[in-house]
Design a protein around this ligand. Structure first.
Ligand code: ATP
Length: 266
């Protein structure tokens, strides 16, 4: 959903330590890590690792971050694409972009393809009939079926709208592992705050535990935003450290922004 994340290949320097609070998901990702690092172990036994993992859940909860961390942990190339980039006016263009995405991934393997907003391509054909999108979706299915497990490519996709996805995408051998990434618990919020305060000068009067309690309903992205707003205010006021006043002002601003959009905090 963000403009700064256009399709790109990069080497991620993000690791699991940058992702707070999603411990069970990290455990699940460990098997994928192992496979990317040492696929022959799996080949010898004839064990198939899932090709496609689908992260679903509300926005800003760390789905992209988790995929980047998997790339960082395994030194795999990270290839980012947003589903909305494949939705084109002219029939066939989206499909050819999907083809080149997979070609690129195979060339730079081990690699992780991350498709954000999968629903933009994968909306059920029964919900929305559109021949360009159908071709794009078909091409994605063809690529998922066609690439070999041992090409050492893993596809991770994310969506906020699992309910509207075409069921064909979810069949075995495609996105057959589904991982829910939800809004953080109070403990997870505290951990996320810690990660984002790391390397920032922080006044000792700030209590992360009580800040975590006050931020019920906020996602990781909201929390990162609160801290960044507070840091900006600190610079504006020419203070040496981020303090409680700056945090409280940033909170008011973020909560006001949320109330304008949704009723997430009630
Ligand atoms: P969308 O569905 O909108 O694409 P997303 O779930 O992919 O959202 P991310 O892009 O991973 O969300 O998160 C946005 C930012 O929020 C991250 O770059 C990070 O700064 C912060 N963030 C979100 N979740 C976490 C987390 N669990 N730990 C640390 N930071 C987090």
């Amino acid at each position: 959903a963000k403009d700064d994340k256009k399709e790109l290949t990069e080497n991620s320097n993000i690791t699991f330590s940058d992702v707070a609070g999603l411990d069970e998901i990290k455990d699940e990702m460990n098997e994928l890590c192992d496979f990317l690092v040492d696929p022959t172990k799996y080949m010898k036994i004839g064990a198939k690792i899932p090709k496609g993992v689908l992260f679903y859940g509300p926005p800003g909860t760390g789905k992209t971050l988790m995929a980047k961390a998997l790339a960082g942990e395994t030194k795999a190339s990270f290839i980012y694409a947003s589903g909305s980039e494949f939705v084109e006016k002219f029939v066939g263009i989206g499909a050819s972009r999907i083809r080149s995405l997979f070609e690129k991934a195979k060339k730079s393997s081990p690699s992780i393809i991350f498709i954000d907003e999968l629903d933009a391509i994968g909306i059920s054909r029964s919900v929305d009939n559109n021949s360009e999108r159908d071709q794009t979706l078909n091409q994605l299915l063809v690529e998922l079926d066609g690439f070999n497990n041992y090409d050492n490519v893993i596809v991770i996709a994310a969506t906020n709208r699992m309910d509207i996805l075409d069921k064909a995408l979810l069949r075995p051998g495609r996105f057959d592992r589904h991982v829910y990434v939800g809004n953080p618990s109070v403990k997870a919020r505290e951990d996320i705050l810690k990660v984002h305060f790391k390397n920032k000068p922080m006044n000792r009067d700030i209590n992360l535990n009580s800040l975590a309690k006050k931020t019920h309903g906020m996602s990781g992205a909201h929390l990162a935003n609160v801290i960044n707003e507070a840091a900006l205010l600190t610079v504006r006021k020419n203070l040496p450290q981020i303090g409680n006043d700056e945090i409280n002002q940033a909170l008011v601003k973020t909560v006001a922004g949320l109330k304008n959009k949704t009723t997430i905090l009630n």
